[in-house]
Every structure is written in structure tokens, then in C-alpha cells.
Design a protein. Structure first.
Length: 556
């Protein structure tokens, strides 16, 4: 049994979403999945000067144990049994990971309420808990509700009546929270939720050990062929059975906010705040096929721009030869510390693309999701961060993608999102096609564009690295306060997906011309005069405009 060498990393409101996606690959010939693929050492063992790359989704979701580690002001690390552990009293900063065990009572929280399989007809098969795996961790700890620190639990094994896969009947569910350089006074703000499901078979061998942490996110023992290990046991990954989806329901102390990025197909997400104050998060979806990128090369054979990039970075990953912390020429190191899908990871992948010959080393069926978390969404602008709610979800089958919300391009007035992947499967005969789906709260989208609450439409374009537009199948619609966008069947030339929202200009309100009001004719006022007329002793007053005395009278 070969085991990987020491690894070191530098380190009630309800929301409902539903996306309908096309299959991840639309080739006439489907690529072959290879769930058993695992990296090995460099082509020449026992020498330094070799660097490898390994981009595989899910590596960092399920490897390490639950742990709580205090970071002293001087940078030293100490395992803690709780925040009140006397050994950990001199700091406010911690690294930690907490697996969510199955719920036992109705009052439990930060636990798995249920796991189900979903058949093609929509019917559900309730998952049956087999056991926790492992039964306990050596580094488990007690959490604190005061600062929203979950207790360190254990992942679990499940099975479904009538459902089998190539390795048997067991499924490994690994939901966990984690945080690094976590400031205890900020509570859950810096926390990330990750959930993954794997079909597995168990291989028993006394050489397998339970992984333990070195406190910096690395593992003092792990085996690249195992999804997870315990004393004398290894969980080996298998392909998901066809045409079956899965649903996980978590009972959480605090609601999920920010952004979800996922490896799944046709996801449905609901988040409900219960009467007891806990949050029920339910996610159902089908697995998706994700290409794995992997290669080794002698440093002197790497492209100059890649060597320049690597020289500017600390030497980190899985060490196969040489001292941890040694120079690149002293060590053989596999760069697999790429659990964060950010601009830096995207750039590194593009530099390695020629080294891997633009081929996927393997293609694995995957079911997982992660939250970006409010702490990361803060850097994406107030439209995403001003409300402590779930802002959106993005799914893709690309090997590498930018996990944060799409970037608003003020020049083109578009939401831009980058993805990248090998062009071909490991045979070089099957061209891989990409899919991308985005659901974003309508109010968030309107905030980005400064739109009113009137309906919006959208266009999606797929722009290759050379600036050419690709032909892709796109779908856009808006429903129940969410905007849904989908682009599928595009080629992988490190494309940028551009989403442009459009809101028609308001139709001018036609004001009827009023009927003219007749203007009254103003007649001049006639001034009357009065005269006195006499006839003998008789007098008479005459008043008129032009007064005249009667016959026989004279004007006095």
C-alpha cells in the first residue's frame, strides 16, 4: 500500500431555487469516468527538482478530521478540546473543522437530518444510516453556541434500499464547517460550509491510519487512493449509479448566507428558518462529471512563464521528496493545495495547460457544494453583501472556475464569469463540453444594474480566450424572485461567460390633450348717464346710455 508523504498547506423566511440543467457532456461519445484515479509520485523518485499539479474537486472537502487548533501570538499551534481549554487561553485565533454528524434528537443542531435518493420519477428513497465513519476522531472538540462554533462531529456512511453502485451499496456523506485564522469574537462570519457525497467501498488493511492534522490545514497521514481513512480501513471512491439524484437536509444553528458554488446538476435549494430558531437547509441534485487535471514535470522542462509563477509562490502541496520548506530544486512537490477557486488558481491552471497536453487525467462523477460565505462576499460589493441572505448559486463542470459571484463589468455592462478545463479526455479523442448555470436573486441583479423592479431579460455569450464568440445553448428566465441563466455545450478555451441583463426603457406615458375650455367673451361695460327733463312744473329723470327727454319735455 502506498501512502502519500507529509502534506503541508500554507495557509420564518424561505428561499427556494430550482435549475434545470442539461447533461454535463454533450459529446456523441461519452468520456469514460475513472473514479479510481489517484496521483502518484514524480517520474524519477528520490530526487528534487520536480513539480506536479493536481486539480481535483472534492480533495479538500473530505480529507482531514474534526479539530480545533489555537494559534498563539507567536504562531505556534495547539490542539484544543474546547475554547475553554487552558492550553488555548492565550489567543483569539483558531483553525478548525467540524463535521456534522447525523441528528439524534429533535433538538440537535449542526447535524444531518436526512439523506435521500431521488429516482427519475421523482420518488424518494430514504437513506438508512449505517454508522459514523470514523466512530470518533482523536482531535474532536466541544463547540460553543455563544460564538457559533459547532462541535467537532464525524461524517457518516449511508445506504438506500434497492440502490447499488459498482462498489456495493454504501455512500459516504461528508458535511463540514471549517475556518482558518478564525477570530473567535467574530463568530460564524468567517465560516464555510462544505458538503460532499461519495459512493464508496471499504478496503481493510492494518496499514491504514486515521488522518490527523498538523494544525495548519495539512495532514500528517492521508492516502490519495482513499476518500477517507480510519484505523485499518480506507474508503475507495466509485461512480454514482445512473439516473439517480440525491437530497441532503441539514439542521443548522445559523442560516447560510452569501454564495453557493456547486458540482451538481439540476439543483434545488431551500432554506427555512424553523420555529425553534434553527435553519433547515435542503439541497437536492444529480451528480455531474468533472475533469481532473494532473501532471509531473522536471522544473527545467516547464515553460518559462510557469517557472516564473512558481518561483514567486511558497513551495506547498504534497511533498514526495525533500524537506518541507525546501527550495523547488530540493523537493519534489505536487501542487494540490488549490481548494480555493480564485483568480490565482485560475491563472496557475492556464499556465499548466500545455504541460498536461490539454487532456484530463480522469473524469469523476461528483456531488458537492460549498458556501463562499459572507466573509468572502464582502469583497464583491454591496449588492451581494448588504443582506445576510443567500444571494445565489452557480454550478459548472469545469475543472477550474472562479467561485465568487460573477464580476460586474462596467464597460460592457455584463456579469462576467471565468471557467477553464482540459479540452479533451485522457484518450484525446473526446472533446469535453462545458456547462454553466447561475441563479441569482432578482433584487441582487437589479442592484448591480441600478434597475427598477420591472421585469428584465438577459443574453448570455461565451467568449473564448482569443476573443471569439462560441455557439452555446443558453436559457434565461425569471421566476419567484430569482433570475435563472444557463449556458451549455461550449468548448473549453478558458472562456469567459458574459451575462448581460436588459431592461426596456419605460414607455413614455401619453398625456391626453385636454379639450379646450371655451373662453368667455368679455363685453365692454356700457356707462349710463342720467338727465333731468322738465315740462312746466313737472320734472322727470331719464337714465340711459344716450338719454333723451320725452316728447314735450325739455332738458333742464
Amino acid at each position: 500500500m502506498k501512502s502519500r508523504k507529509s502534506k503541508f498547506l500554507s495557509a420564518f423566511v424561505a428561499v427556494f431555487l430550482f435549475l434545470t440543467l442539461v447533461p454535463a457532456f454533450s459529446s456523441a461519445v461519452e468520456p469514460v469516468t475513472d473514479e479510481s484515479f489517484a496521483p502518484s509520485g514524480p517520474p524519477v523518485s528520490g530526487v528534487g527538482g520536480y513539480t506536479g499539479i493536481h486539480f481535483e474537486d472534492g480533495l479538500h472537502i473530505s480529507r482531514g478530521p474534526s479539530f480545533l487548533g489555537a494559534i498563539s501570538p507567536l504562531g505556534a499551534y495547539t490542539d484544543c478540546e474546547s475554547l475553554q481549554d487552558p492550553k488555548c487561553s492565550d489567543t483569539f485565533y483558531y483553525n478548525w473543522r467540524a463535521y456534522l454528524s447525523p441528528c439524534v434528537t429533535a433538538t440537535d443542531f449542526d447535524c444531518v437530518e436526512s439523506l435521500s435518493a431521488i429516482k427519475e420519477d421523482g420518488s424518494k428513497i430514504a437513506g438508512v444510516l449505517s454508522r459514523k465513519f470514523p466512530t470518533s476522531f482523536k482531535t474532536s472538540y466541544k463547540g460553543s453556541t455563544t460564538v457559533n462554533l459547532p462541535s467537532g462531529g464525524e461524517p457518516s456512511l449511508w445506504h438506500f434500499d434497492g440502490i447499488t453502485h459498482s462498489g456495493g451499496t454504501e455512500f459516504f456523506l461528508a458535511p463540514n464547517y471549517d475556518s482558518y485564522n478564525w477570530y473567535v469574537k467574530s463568530g460564524s462570519e468567517q465560516t464555510r460550509l462544505q458538503v460532499a457525497l461519495f459512493p464508496i467501498n471499504i478496503v481493510y488493511d492494518p496499514g491504514y491510519k486515521q488522518a490527523i492534522t498538523n494544525g495548519a490545514g495539512g495532514l500528517l497521514y492521508s492516502d490519495s487512493k482513499c476518500v477517507f481513512t480510519d484505523e485499518g480501513a480506507c474508503l475507495r471512491r466509485n461512480a454514482f449509479p445512473a439516473n439517480i439524484g440525491y437530497e441532503v437536509k441539514l439542521r443548522l444553528k445559523t442560516p447560510v448566507n452569501g454564495w453557493i458554488h456547486a458540482r451538481m446538476q439540476s439543483p434545488s435549494v431551500s432554506m427555512i428558518k424553523n420555529a425553534d430558531g434553527n435553519t433547515e437547509l435542503t439541497i437536492s441534485a444529480s451528480p455531474v462529471l468533472v475533469p481532473v487535471a494532473y501532471a509531473w514535470a522536471k522544473n527545467t522542462d516547464l515553460p518559462a512563464n510557469l517557472n516564473q509563477f512558481l518561483d514567486s509562490k511558497s513551495v506547498g502541496g504534497s511533498f514526495y521528496f525533500g524537506p518541507v520548506g525546501g527550495s523547488r530544486n530540493q523537493v519534489a512537490v505536487l501542487r494540490d493545495a488549490n481548494s480555493e477557486y480564485n483568480e490565482e488558481s485560475f491563472k496557475e491552471f492556464s499556465l499548466w495547460q500545455s504541460v498536461i497536453n490539454d487532456k484530463a487525467a480522469a473524469i469523476k462523477s461528483t456531488w458537492s457544494f460549498r458556501t463562499l460565505g459572507g466573509y468572502a462576499v464582502k469583497n464583491t460589493g454591496t449588492c451581494f453583501s448588504k443582506n445576510k441572505e443567500l444571494s445565489g448559486i452557480v454550478t459548472t463542470n469545469a475543472t477550474v472556475y472562479i467561485s465568487s459571484p460573477p464580476t460586474f463589468n462596467p464597460t460592457d455592462q455584463t456579469l462576467d464569469y471565468k471557467v477553464a478545463s482540459p479540452h479533451f479526455d485522457k484518450t484525446g479523442a473526446v472533446e469535453l463540453k462545458g456547462n454553466y448555470d447561475l441563479a441569482i436573486r432578482s433584487d441582487v441583479a437589479r442592484c448591480l444594474y441600478g434597475y427598477t423592479n420591472a421585469p428584465v431579460s438577459a443574453t448570455i455569450s461565451v467568449v473564448s480566450a482569443d476573443g471569439t464568440n462560441q455557439i452555446a445553448t443558453t436559457v434565461v428566465n425569471e421566476k419567484n424572485g430569482w433570475l435563472y441563466l444557463s449556458a451549455n455545450n461550449f468548448g473549453y478555451s478558458a472562456p469567459t461567460l458574459k451575462v448581460k441583463l436588459i431592461q426596456d426603457a419605460p414607455t413614455p406615458v401619453v398625456t391626453p390633450t385636454p379639450t379646450p375650455t371655451p373662453t368667455a367673451t368679455i363685453k365692454p361695460v356700457s356707462i349710463q348717464k342720467m338727465i333731468v327733463c322738465v315740462k312746466g312744473k313737472t320734472t322727470k329723470k331719464v337714465k340711459a346710455i344716450s338719454p333723451k327727454c320725452p316728447s314735450g319735455y325739455k332738458k333742464k
